[in-house]
Ligand binder design. Structure first.
Ligand SMILES: Nc1ncnc2c1ncn2[C@@H]1O[C@H](COP(=O)(O)OP(=O)(O)OP(=O)(O)O)[C@@H](O)[C@H]1O
Ligand SMILES: Nc1ncnc2c1ncn2[C@@H]1O[C@H](COP(=O)(O)OP(=O)(O)OP(=O)(O)O)[C@@H](O)[C@H]1O
Ligand SMILES: [Mg+2]
Ligand SMILES: [Mg+2]
Lengths: 228, 228
């Protein structure tokens, strides 16, 4: 379902080069639930963005859901993402001028559903994360953990095949975190969704089926952890 | 050092009222290291912002470092904060167009130090959080956990008497988190700084001397936890 081959990402700055990812080969199969862990700055968000086509590698190929992302234009990638992928950003990326409900509805706008069907589907997603009573609040009128849960609701509202989430429980107390992990578990085991979850939280990682580690841009072999 | 008396915060929205804080009476003494915990949306960030004078209560008084915040103007509060308080925001609030070093230097601009002394002090703070090699990166060129650590460096660069931090380890792996908690421990036990840390992470809470819980805007008595 998601495969990167010899993928590297190098940022060239004025004074130096930063190798964010170094020859990463990863294979994720349909129905997998993978937790991606590793030290701060080790390249996790970068890898997730490449798999979503939000960013392009400096070298190597990304093949996701049988699409070769490198051959697609920006607008083709945006359409593809809207149809198949749900993405939860590390910094949420909510639209400040829209309400929680409108934010969750956003990806549904391109689906051809009627307005009432869209609102109903968005409300269901909000109920799943326990925020139906906050649907008219704008992001500024929500707590950090509530914003995070809106971002999660938005990512699942279109019922995507592939869910990519970057630190989805970082701002949540254990009760809210467990509720979110329960949703992911159901989406994965009962609806066959593929999930790649970047996390620092060992408790969240335990909800996944498999854990892989990045260290300084390199993907460690299965079963290996970074040296402390 | 920080005392709120009968403090409430009510948000009035078009359709309803949200009671974010309800009659909170808290006393924090000099040299305390308090962890403030509670469910998502329970009012933790709101209380921290009131103690910092970044927001004003709907009723009640906030007395911090012997200043009655309610009697001070916005500019007086800004000056006071710059001199006495270090604040780490839940969403970091870094300036996008400035480098990491310039972001950390920002609170030092009003201290009357020379430019070379400011840069040296900012660099020391960056070294403490392990990011001296990223000082020329802008926030966009940093990982989530690196941005969080820049926000922490900025909060301690002026050597403030009171440190208020909102989820300071939420985006950090355990090694980076422990390094940050170690800094707080040193600031508290060796330099006598008072620290109020909002956190969802029980591991971070263990670094504090005391833990208090908020639930639905109410401060629970010492030793009491929210019902699950
Ligand atoms: N400007 C606002 N208008 C209306 N309601 C608001 C506003 N800001 C915050 N709230 C509400 O106030 C409550 C408390 O918010 P606060 O940010 O203090 O929670 P928190 O304990 O920090 O949560 P988290 O752990 O998720 O960060 C939340 O229910 C939130 O929806
Ligand atoms: N635009 C950029 N220019 C230069 N360097 C960058 C840029 N974006 C990211 N980096 C660097 O690439 C590295 C990997 O970043 P990435 O965001 O993938 O890390 P991460 O594993 O997600 O970290 P965290 O756990 O802190 O979120 C970091 O060292 C960061 O400084
Ligand atoms: Mg990241
Ligand atoms: Mg908060």
């Amino acid at each position: 379902v998601a495969q990167t081959t010899h993928v590297s990402k190098v940022y060239k700055l004025a004074a130096a080069e930063v190798v964010a990812l170094d020859e990463v080969n990863i294979v994720v199969n349909e129905g997998d639930f993978l937790a991606l862990m590793g030290p701060s700055g080790s390249g996790k968000s970068t890898l997730l963005h490449l798999i979503a086509g939000i960013d392009r590698p400096s070298s190597g190929t990304c093949s996701v859901l049988n699409f070769n992302l490198g051959t697609m234009s920006e607008s083709e990638l945006a359409k593809w993402r809207n149809q198949y992928v749900g993405f939860v950003f590390q910094s949420f990326n909510l639209v400040p001028v829209l309400s929680a409900l409108e934010n969750v509805e956003l990806p549904l706008l391109l689906t051809g559903l009627s307005s009432s069907k869209r609102k109903a589907q968005a409300k269901t997603a909000l109920e799943l994360v326990g925020l139906a009573d906050r649907m008219d609040h704008t992001p500024r009128q929500l707590s950090g953990g509530q914003q995070q849960r809106i971002a999660i609701a938005r990512a699942i509202a279109t019922d995507p095949q592939l869910i990519l989430c970057d630190e989805p429980t970082g701002n949540l107390d254990s009760v809210s975190a467990d509720a979110v992990l329960e949703i992911f578990h159901t989406l994965n085991t009962q609806l066959g969704k593929t999930i790649i979850m970047v996390t620092h939280d060992p408790h969240a990682a335990r909800a996944a089926k498999e854990v892989r580690y990045l260290e300084k841009g390199k993907l460690l072999p299965a079963g290996e952890k970074p040296k402390d």
